[in-house]
Design a protein around this ligand. Structure first.
Ligand code: ATP
Length: 366
């Protein structure tokens, strides 16, 4: 990375933040801390109403906080009842769900607008604007006005406008939600290339899990204004902190069990039901007899068609294209399985279930 880029990169630090709207007694975010490294791509996911947009609006400077502070780079951007740097002075680019474009300006003028506030020569400005117009497939619309565009086209203009000035910090709130799948994938690729090229710090909100996994260096799962878990998409999928995260991020079979043997290497043998034993990964030290919650992703189970032995019965199946979803009754326990096994298995057939991976956490840590 060149020195200019490194110089411009911004860390983001949020300390002890709390916010509510108006006279409401309901804290949307409370005791909220977050540190984002310079150049990091962080994706925030969480159910509707959990505070994702509020968080981005606070960082951008559109919403006031009641407690805590926000530091962007080396500058304190906001404190409760004190400092509040206005949005246009924060060197932050943002794309929100509702794309606020200037209605009286053409697409090209909208995109060029952020550069007018910066020291660019006319040639540099033209070059940058043409580049993002090409990247976002807007060449044929560049002389139109926002009212003459579809929702998806407007959203692309909003994205182009947010990126053209290469801000050090980018805040994006479901920026691709109004685009069709093919275009969404293409722009996700563009965003990744852009991030590799000039490495802005990015906070990106999405509802789309595939998008989150594809884009995130670090994923944050938010629920009721609190961070439930932060980590790589792999860690969150494989080792969720709690049942909320396990269920929110991908499908999961959630079972209760008790520890039969702690193998001491991060693995324990767990009894589920009366006579089913499986090996699970676990984070904390588990004593024998301890009650645990066991998580088994449908893709962590292998179905084997054995002649001699079976331990499960198929109770439902649904062909999904690349794989088939099965519902099973596994020694008295209902189990969902996703597998590429041939679609010849029918409801009522017997099958052998082998659990390849499982994750458990102590009941009393939930
Ligand atoms: N301007 C406002 N006035 C009052 N309450 C608000 C305002 N904006 C948001 N809220 C409330 O704050 C909470 C968090 O809203 P926020 O928009 O941050 O959630 P979100 O996680 O972004 O949701 P979504 O995924 O649906 O966009 C919600 O309960 C919402 O009703």
């Amino acid at each position: 990375m060149n020195a200019d880029l490194r110089e411009r990169q911004q860390a983001l630090e949020i300390r002890n933040l709390a916010v509510h709207y108006g006279n409401s007694q309901h804290w949307v975010l409370q005791d909220f801390d977050l540190t984002v490294r310079p150049g990091e791509f962080v994706v925030i996911i969480g159910p509707s109403g959990c505070g994702k947009s509020t968080l981005l609006r606070l960082i951008a400077g559109f919403t006031q906080l009641q407690q805590g502070e926000i530091v962007i780079g080396k500058r304190v951007a906001a404190t409760a009842g004190g400092v509040c740097i206005p949005p246009e002075k924060r060197d932050v680019g943002f794309v929100f769900q509702s794309y606020a474009l200037w209605p009286h300006m053409t697409v090209k003028a909208n995109i060029a607008f952020p550069l007018e506030q910066r020291r660019f020569t006319t040639v540099q400005r033209e070059q940058r604007v043409d580049e993002v117009i090409m990247k976002f497939g807007l060449k044929e619309y560049q002389h139109r006005y926002p009212a003459e565009l579809s929702g998806g086209q407007r959203q692309r203009v909003a994205l182009a406008r947010a990126l053209v000035g290469q801000p050090a910090l980018l805040l994006m709130d479901e920026p691709l939600s109004s685009l069709d799948v093919a275009l969404r994938k293409k722009i996700q690729d563009e965003l990744l290339i852009m991030h590799r090229e000039w490495q802005p710090t990015v906070l990106y909100v999405t509802h789309d899990q595939d998008e989150a996994v594809k884009l995130a260096e670090r994923l944050i799962v938010l629920h009721e204004g609190k961070i439930q878990q932060a980590g790589t998409p792999y860690d969150i999928f494989h080792s969720p902190n709690n049942p909320f995260v396990a269920n929110f991020f991908g499908e999961v079979n959630e079972l209760s069990g008790s520890v039969v043997e702690n193998q001491g290497n991060g693995y324990s043998r767990i009894r589920i039901g009366d006579h089913t034993f499986i090996l699970t990964r676990t984070q904390s030290f588990l004593d024998c007899g301890e009650r645990v919650r066991v998580f088994i992703r449908p893709s962590w189970v292998e179905l084997q068609e054995r002649e001699d032995v079976s331990n499960a019965r198929i109770t439902g199946s649904r062909f999904m294209g690349a794989y088939t979803d099965y519902s099973l009754e596994w020694q008295g326990i209902p189990l969902r399985v996703s597998t590429q096994i041939s679609n010849s298995k029918r409801v009522g057939d017997s099958i052998f279930v082998q659990v390849k991976d499982a994750w458990s956490i102590k009941e009393d840590e939930i």
